[in-house]
Design a protein around this ligand. Structure first.
Ligand SMILES: [Ca+2]
Ligand SMILES: [Ca+2]
Length: 439
């Protein structure tokens, strides 16, 4: 203690910082230590355990002696404080405390005449973020070539959206992309068609906050399979006989309108399940004297030996003793648009017929057609799903019945033939969908 002389001795004050107190009649005043801390209050969000350094300073005029440092409350503890400790005038020292989750006071007892000093402490444990997968929807069927945007909404009790990371993934294809949400909490990525695999799968989204806490959401979806042939390089087609690609008109010419022609064109870039498939294309028949027709064939690639069946009334896919050649038909199933009566045909009229393995004389299904020659482009749609076949032309259903087709690996293609009579047979705008998903 330092004792100083005072000029007067009228003070009778409670001991307080920097206020000298006269010591009775002696005329001496006592100097006191004074404790200050930095910070004076602590409130923090805690990931696991938050360490906080508290600086104790002696701003008084006498040596400060800290006798005890303790916690009054929950969720905090003193990590480092070598009490009792002394702090010279004008000097400082650090102590360390840690918080997890709770409210308390840091209590410092010293020779500061003001008595114990309390620092309010608050630790709020971090909470998990929140995420909702908005797109795709649960049970959504994704079209084969569609542009797909995956969208999620996120939020967090502590972090701003843009402080977090969002990852989209599929259990079939793995990670789709990691993005930072915008300030509204929206996160999105584009899922390109070439990065998607067909079939049932779970699309998941995860969000991680700055404390590393993760939350998930997911939806089961199904990706259809198929292709738009117009979008594929024509070099991936297999042409046989008279068939060729007409680049100036962007169509496939199966035969010109000359006699005894035979051609086929198969799209061979993509193999699909031939028993669960939807096919759409446009055809033109005309500019000739009226034979023989064209056919769409879903060819069994495990049994095929060529892309051509027989000519004439077998329309390039079939097999029959009446046809030129007499060799095997194309394995798989075919639907013909027949514009000329042969002895093996089911009717004397122009007709549509579905047969297996090129067996043109024993169609599984058939129907009479209205005039199809020299009447422009026609839209053909065949749909085989769960053993049920529908065939429609220009929106009119001509076949709608059960057929017996088992699963097989398939290409889709076309054949056509002429004989003594002729027609130009043209195809364009092929679109094929495999039913990887139950519609
Ligand atoms: Ca959080
Ligand atoms: Ca015929």
């Amino acid at each position: 203690m330092f004792l100083l002389l005072l000029a007067c001795s009228e003070y009778d004050l409670k001991p307080s910082a920097n206020v000298p107190e006269p010591l009775g009649d002696s005329g001496l005043v006592e100097l006191f230590a004074q404790l200050e801390t930095d910070p004076t209050t602590i409130a923090s969000v805690v990931c696991e355990e938050q360490l906080e350094v508290v600086m104790l300073s002696n701003v008084g005029e006498a040596e400060l002696v800290v006798d005890a440092v303790s916690i009054d409350g929950d969720g905090w503890e003193v990590v480092q404080a070598d009490v009792p400790l002394t702090i010279a005038v004008g000097e400082s020292t650090d102590i360390v405390i840690s918080g997890t989750d709770g409210t308390a006071d840091l209590v410092i007892q010293s020779n500061d005449p003001d008595g114990e000093l309390r620092i309010p402490l608050q630790a709020a444990a971090d909470t998990s973020p929140w995420v909702e997968l908005v797109e795709p929807a649960v049970d959504e069927i994704i079209a084969e070539q569609a542009a797909v945007e995956l969208v999620a909404l996120v939020s967090d009790g502590q972090d701003l959206p843009e402080q977090m990371q969002v990852e989209f993934s599929s259990d079939l294809t793995g990670s789709i992309g990691t993005v930072t949400p915008d300030s509204s909490g929206t996160a999105s990525v584009l899922w390109a068609a070439e990065n998607r695999d067909p079939g049932l799968q779970t699309v998941s989204v995860s969000v991680v906050d700055t404390c590393g806490l993760v939350e998930f959401d997911s939806a089961e979806v199904c990706q259809q399979a198929g292709y738009e042939a117009d979008e594929l390089d024509i070099s991936t087609w297999s042409f046989s006989g008279t068939a060729s690609w007409d680049g100036s008109n962007s169509w496939v010419e199966l035969t010109p309108a000359t006699t005894s022609q035979l051609g086929s064109a198969f799209q061979t870039a993509t193999s699909l399940d031939g028993s669960s498939i939807s096919i759409r294309f446009e055809f033109f028949i005309g500019n000739g004297s009226g034979a023989d027709g064209l056919a769409m064939t879903v060819i069994d690639t495990s049994r095929m030996t060529s892309f051509l069946g027989n000519a004439g009334g077998c329309i390039g896919y079939g097999s029959h003793s009446e046809c030129d050649g007499g060799g095997p038909g194309l394995p798989g199933w075919s639907v013909e648009v027949d514009t000329y009566q042969n002895g093996h045909d089911p009717t004397a009229q122009d007709h549509v017929a579905m047969s297996l393995d090129g067996d043109v004389a024993n169609p599984q299904a058939w129907a009479v057609l209205p005039e199809m020659e020299d009447t422009g482009w026609h839209t053909f749609e065949a749909d085989l799903d769960s053993g049920h076949l529908t065939v429609s032309i220009d929106g009119v259903a001509y076949i709608d019945q059960a057929v017996s087709v088992s699963s097989f690996p398939a290409y889709v293609g076309f054949t056509a033939g002429t004989g003594s009579l002729t027609n130009e047979h043209l195809i364009k705008s092929l679109s094929v969908t495999e039913y990887a998903c139950e519609e």
